[in-house]
Design a protein around this ligand. Sequence first.
Ligand SMILES: Cc1cc2nc3c(=O)[nH]c(=O)nc-3n(C[C@H](O)[C@H](O)[C@H](O)COP(=O)(O)OP(=O)(O)OC[C@H]3O[C@@H](n4cnc5c(N)ncnc54)[C@H](O)[C@@H]3O)c2cc1C
Length: 392
Amino acid sequence: MKNKRTTDYIIIGGGIIGCSTAYNLANQGAKSVIVLEKGEICSGATSKSCAITRSHYSIESNVHHAVESVKIFENFDEIIGGDPGFTRTGQIVLGPEKHRPLMESVFSTQNKFGSETQTLTPSEAGKLHPLLQFQDVDVIGFELRSGYCDPYLTTVAYAQRAKDLGVKIYTATPVNGIRIKGSKKIVETPEIDFETSEIILAAGPWTNALGKMIEVKFPYEISKHKVLTLKIDQPYQKDWPIVKDLLTPEKIYFRPDSGGVVLVGTGDHGDPLKDVETMNNDVEADHIERIGKRMANRMPAFADAKLVRSWTGPYDIPPDWNPIIGPVPGITGVHVAVGFSGHGFKLAPTVGESLAQQVLGNKPRVPIDMYDMTRFREGKTLNGAYGIGTFA
Ligand SMILES: Cc1cc2nc3c(=O)[nH]c(=O)nc-3n(C[C@H](O)[C@H](O)[C@H](O)COP(=O)(O)OP(=O)(O)OC[C@H]3O[C@@H](n4cnc5c(N)ncnc54)[C@H](O)[C@@H]3O)c2cc1C
């Protein structure tokens, strides 16, 4: 006979989105909140994240969330409590002439929300990052307030603060069934059945396995993304700005990583995956060679760079490359936050805050209504002006 527990709110998934939402629900006064995580806290996509917190997006609501979230990362200990490992480096964005009007309009949106962005000359940018060359670059933007975090420290800090506020977190507890009985929901795990009235699905790329349990298919696909760290003879300085290179076909980005190395990823679609469970850790030699060439073009000092490490991680990508956040249509009391398409880490502080406000029946401080799942059937998709990719 299984144990039974009753609770007001159940969050499924202990990644950055689930933990931020759990903390924010409790912080906003929810009394009985449970997080169910099949592995450990921060063992899904978040554990593979580069955790860059920049705000250059063509969709205004993404800029708004990214800028308001970075204000939280900057003052995390005071606002949330704990250390997310935030390093402010700023971000340099490099673009071709054809993107000038779009880039300049994004800079002005960023400034409207407070991200302190400006255009730079090559010589000004070279003072911030002495290894870069700009011969093929027409537009250089610099957003001062961007940086990067440690994804594990951040997620665990949210989880710890949620626990301090009374949230119960069950790890090694996979949800293997959800039954809807009117306003009551039974969430089944191997040892305990939980009864609740509100469920928040925050299982990242695994969310459609939960969707199957309630006969809902969330519109997202999954892809495999590859990250490399490279080193050269001189240490890569930890306060050199993050660089986003829109002149490369893969829209590469790179940032300092611990140990004097540089971490490099791509803002493209990645390798399509049918099932997240089939994702492997392979990073092919031709990928390493191609990205190595892009890096050597942007930083000639990297012509003989050595590979230090590589890893892979899954993206969950809706058709418009923007998240799905809000009530699940047709099932009262079930909410979802999925489809973060390579930008979930940086948006998580305000997504968790706003989703908690919405679930509690309050007005979100930073609006999330544009991310509602109904946008796909109502023709209100959030198509980014840069086309597909993480610059949505
Ligand atoms: C390589 C890579 C680099 C990235 N870089 C950046 C970046 O620089 N900046 C940025 O903003 N974003 C970045 N992202 C994206 C960002 O990391 C993700 O959008 C974000 O971490 C997603 O968080 P999540 O909580 O939705 O999902 P996850 O972290 O995947 O969490 C979901 C959790 O649900 C659990 N779960 C699944 N099924 C069940 C079940 N049945 N029962 C219980 N628990 C379950 C999983 O174990 C998992 O822990 C990157 C992603 C990758 C892969």
